[in-house]
Design a protein around this ligand. Structure first.
Ligand code: NAD
Length: 338
């Protein structure tokens, strides 16, 4: 079996090479992202292994099919970057890593909250320059604040548990209610009420047609003035242009994002010597109350181990024709929408 691994970074290679003990499995690493323009590189391979910003739309998938690709291995949970319907029609199987340390992402969301609130990133720089002043570093207690969680799946649940530990009042919105969370004191509310009551809102739902721009100028109008907005899920959950307006007029008091609508042109690359042509991210970077990290929520040792081991196991399951929950089936996902 020959697999072309796209969007490879040094850490992907390090983990895959140290965990791959199958002599029959060849992994060839490409630094480029997989998209229509790079899809010809897949000639001679059986499968491709991709990450969040590889683009597997219809054009790419048809080239993969012509090149003999039979399986797609996602090194992530989300599959919004693949046209599932076309993949199924072409008979290309898709596997994902449904959970790789949900705590990693939940803990990163909390890191964004704490840093934005207590301005530790600014204090760090100040002290290094001999500035020991506390001016403009004042934060607020998280204790007893209301935290609204949109999406209480694996990551949202881990996040709720941490915020309950801080003594916050945790309210949630999800299409399914988690009974265990309710027993711990989490209250489910309709979205509008959650938006109205929250001091901090954290997004943990997937990107779908119904969640795209769930934060937009209409929903922003219903927020508490000065709210803290955290997004570690997918960039397009937030309408960036509308959020910039809300930051300008103070409706949104703090923004912490690990994901960004147009991140595929930026994130995971060192562009420090380049001219950034994306005016929206440049505007976001200019705000003193915005903290941006470049999709590093998943980036812990434990999560990388899990991603690598589950991906290698997905290859084994595919080869042995074993049915697994990790297979992404368009027909199943489409049926569950009805
Ligand atoms: P999950 O499938 O366990 O949970 C998603 C939850 O969202 C489910 O409970 C689902 O019912 C809910 N949901 C679906 N549609 C909704 C809607 N319209 N409104 C409210 N809730 C809705 O997924 P997870 O493992 O918790 O991951 C959540 C998201 O986190 C992923 O979709 C992915 O986009 C993102 N993620 C980010 C990183 C990162 O590094 N920043 C890493 C992994 C995952």
């Amino acid at each position: 079996m020959k697999i072309a691994v796209f969007s490879t970074k040094a850490y992907d290679k390090e983990f895959f090479d140290s965990y791959n003990n199958d002599a029959e499995l060849t992994l060839k690493y490409f630094e480029v992202a997989l998209k229509a323009e790079s899809a010809n590189l897949t000639s001679g391979f059986d499968g491709v292994c991709v990450f969040v910003n590889d683009k597997l739309g219809e054009d790419t998938l048809r080239i993969l099919k012509d090149n003999g690709i039979k399986l797609i291995l996602l090194r992530c949970a989300g599959f919004n970057n693949i046209n599932l319907e076309v993949a199924e029609e072409l008979g290309i199987k898709i596997y994902r890593v449904p959970a790789y340390s949900p705590e990693a992402v939940a803990e990163h969301a909390v890191a964004l909250i704490l840093a934005l609130n207590r301005k530790t990133h600014k204090a760090y720089n100040r002290v290094r320059e001999g500035n020991f002043s506390l001016e403009r570093l004042r934060g607020f207690n998280l204790y007893k604040k209301t935290v609204g969680v949109i999406g209480t799946g694996k990551i949202g649940t881990a996040f709720c548990n941490i915020m309950l530990g801080f003594g916050c009042k945790v309210i949630a919105f999800d299409t399914y209610e988690n009974e265990a969370l309710k027993e711990k004191g989490v209250t489910y509310l309709p979205l509008e009420e959650l938006l109205k009551e929250s001091d901090i809102i954290s997004l943990h739902c997937p990107l779908t047609d119904s969640t795209r721009h769930i934060i937009n100028k209409n929903t922003i109008a219903g927020l508490k003035t000065g709210v803290m907005l955290i997004n570690t899920s997918r960039g397009a959950l937030i309408d960036t242009a509308d959020t910039i307006e809300a930051l300008k007029d103070g409706k949104v008091g703090y923004l912490g994002i690990d994901v960004y609508e147009q991140e595929e042109k930026l994130f995971f690359n060192d562009l420090s010597e380049s001219i950034i042509k994306d005016d929206l991210i440049s505007r976001l970077i200019s705000f003193p109350n915005v903290l941006i990290t470049a999709h590093q929520g998943f980036f812990t040792k434990e999560a990388l181990e899990q991603i690598t081991m589950v991906t290698l196991n997905n290859i084994k399951d595919y080869s042995n024709n074993v049915t697994t929950e990790n297979e992404v089936l368009y027909s199943k996902i489409n049926a569950s929408k009805d």
